[in-house]
Design a protein around this ligand. Structure first.
Ligand SMILES: NC(=O)c1ccc[n+]([C@@H]2O[C@H](COP(=O)([O-])OP(=O)(O)OC[C@H]3O[C@@H](n4cnc5c(N)ncnc54)[C@H](O)[C@@H]3O)[C@@H](O)[C@H]2O)c1
Length: 257
């Protein structure tokens, strides 16, 4: 890719129906990419694909649970048939329920790892052959600053995101010979639909909490989905053609504390 170089490329975003994933899909669409959205939320995913199509973009929604091999394989076939092999894969689908060590039972652990970690591995396995055929591609995994800082109250989540960084570096090393770059973008704190409803469910006022957190951050605010989308766009574009196996932290300075 030269320059931004995403126009006309096929970009697949998992968890693209809402939150950070939706902002990523919209950002790539604005730069002329063909968008495939994979999500378990059929209503929101299909609505976004319709909105993008009405704005003149090529957009496809496929219902897919990224933790299920059969569904990921079905997704790969459908995207290939309708848009061709993906040039860019954004592994964004993720869940973030919180529990400490003693509050984490086996099913809880396996659910988080199944979506946040195994989902990314299954997606890479399904989409890398098409990238090899095309002579290259770019994979961007969405991590979290929890990977480095840890969070004892969200133990399995932090571990899953740490493993996403290891997956990123590992695949980057193995796939560079095929012209495939693999990078990670780590958001700090984003007022996404998922995060807002998680906070509401615990009786917390999200707006109040986000305002307090913003005041404490070096850059003065928590992040938006668009902030993260800009990082992903950079990592997937020709502007980062010699960058692979790296982590880009988009956190307004949170991790400097
Ligand atoms: N919001 C934050 O503060 C924050 C911070 C750091 C990292 N992240 C990461 O960013 C990513 C997106 O988070 P968000 O805040 O936008 O969340 P969100 O809940 O608003 O959106 C997540 C999307 O993923 C989809 N999804 C969930 N399970 C899925 C599955 N099994 N298969 C396919 N799709 C599935 C959901 O339906 C939803 O559309 C996640 O990986 C999350 O861990 C978020």
């Amino acid at each position: 890719m030269n320059g931004i170089g995403v126009a006309g490329k096929t970009v697949l975003v998992t968890g693209g129906a809402q939150g950070i994933g939706r902002a990523i899909a919209e950002r790539f669409a604005a730069y002329g990419a063909r968008i495939a959205i994979a999500d378990v939320n059929e209503e929101a995913g299909a609505a976004l694909a319709r909105t993008l199509a009405e704005a003149g973009r090529e957009a496809l929604f496929v219902r897919c649970d990224v933790s299920r091999l059969d569904e990921v394989r079905g997704l790969a076939s459908e995207v290939r048939a309708k848009l061709g092999p993906a040039d860019v894969l954004v592994n964004n689908a993720g869940i973030f329920p919180r529990a400490d060590l003693m509050g984490t039972d086996e099913a809880f652990w396996e659910r988080i790892m199944g979506i946040n970690l195994k989902g990314a591995y299954l997606m890479c396995q399904a989409f890398v052959p098409g990238m090899i055929e095309r002579g290259g591609g770019s994979i961007v995994n969405i991590g979290s600053t929890h990977a480095r800082s840890g969070d004892p109250a969200a133990m399995a989540y932090a571990v899953s995101k740490g493993a996403v960084v290891t997956l990123t570096r590992n695949l980057a090393k193995g796939l560079a010979k095929h012209g495939i770059r693999v990078n990670c973008v780590q958001p700090g704190w984003v007022a996404s639909e998922g995060e807002t409803s998680r906070l509401r469910a615990t009786g917390t006022d999200p707006d109040k909490l986000f305002a307090e957190a913003s005041a404490r951050l070096p850059m003065g605010r928590i992040q938006t989905g668009e902030d993260i989308a800009d990082g992903v766009l950079f990592m997937a574009s020709g502007l980062s053609s010699q960058v692979t196996g790296q982590v880009l932290t988009v956190d307004g300075g949170l991790s400097l504390r």
